[in-house]
Design a protein. Structure first.
Length: 276
């Protein structure tokens, strides 16, 4: 492949000699893992976390990706990563969560003889409020896609060219991102959110978020699918009510990433990005 950014990624991987890839099963980490496998062969492993904050379907797809490509995968089972941070659910919750999870992954990689761990962060991750990136930097996680200058659209295009099934996979974030800052997060709540989103995805709503507050569920989907949802509102409402949600609404602004961050001022964002 003659793409200059891919050639840069190849050089970075060769320089590292062996890598452990923090593999979620998403588009970015799948592209990175496939590239690492191509360049380094057996000198690459995938490290995947099983946790209530991630949909089970994502974990199963990650396992299938590695199995079909003969990539060694190590699974780490965790409960909620940081009980104190999750109970308070502050705006920098992602920092505490990633700090805990990447610490575990780093330890696991080292135990298996891998000193370098890399993640799927790309250049688009600089455009939103992402306090978790501070944890990545502090722990010395190498973001090789960012260093090579990759943006999401480029990763998708090259993934398609490489025949990866993840090339058009919808963006995914941990289920805790569906709950407003300041509201406690429980495993039961995360389970209900995961089931609600899986129900919608199975019915053709590929890019979906179910944001919740107490017993209210607010659905985010692309605006062009509003009518499809309204046509199915009766069974959808019945199912979400069976999960414990009393109020179900459609967000008229449609799907967008990081909508929970819209409640934060710019000063808040700067403060939480800089402070531990």
């Amino acid at each position: 492949m003659n793409d200059p950014k891919y050639m840069m990624l190849q050089s970075l991987l060769l320089e590292a000699k062996q890598v452990a890839v923090a593999f979620s099963g998403g588009t970015d980490s799948a592209f990175l893992l496939a590239a690492a496998r191509e360049i380094l062969g057996e000198q690459v492993i995938a490290v995947t976390v099983r946790s209530p904050i991630f949909p089970q379907s994502e974990q199963l797809e990650a396992e299938d990706f590695c199995r079909t490509r003969g990539i060694r995968q190590i699974m780490i089972d965790t409960a909620l990563p940081d009980p104190d941070a999750f109970e308070k659910n502050p705006p920098d919750r992602c920092y505490h969560c990633k700090r805990a999870l990447f610490s575990r992954m780093t330890e696991t990689a080292a135990e298996n003889g891998f000193a370098v761990i890399t993640d799927g962060s790309n250049c688009d991750d600089s455009d939103d409020f992402r306090p978790g990136m501070r944890a990545v930097s502090e722990l010395g996680i190498r973001s090789l896609l960012r260093k090579a200058g990759f943006y999401k659209s480029e990763i998708r295009a090259l993934s398609h060219e490489m025949g990866l099934p993840t090339w058009d996979k919808p963006s995914m974030a941990c289920l805790a991102s569906r709950i407003p800052y300041g509201e406690p997060i429980t495993a039961e709540q995360l389970n209900s959110i995961g089931k609600a989103e899986a129900y919608l995805q199975e019915r053709g709503f590929r890019q979906v978020r179910v944001r919740v507050s107490n017993r209210a569920a607010r659905i985010e989907i692309p605006t062009e699918q509003f009518q499809m949802l309204l046509n199915n509102r009766v069974p959808l409402t019945a199912y979400l009510r069976s999960l414990g949600f009393s109020y179900i609404s459609l967000d008229l602004q449609g799907y967008r990433t990081g909508s929970m961050n819209e409640t934060l001022s710019e000063n808040d964002k700067v403060r939480y990005l800089q402070n531990t």
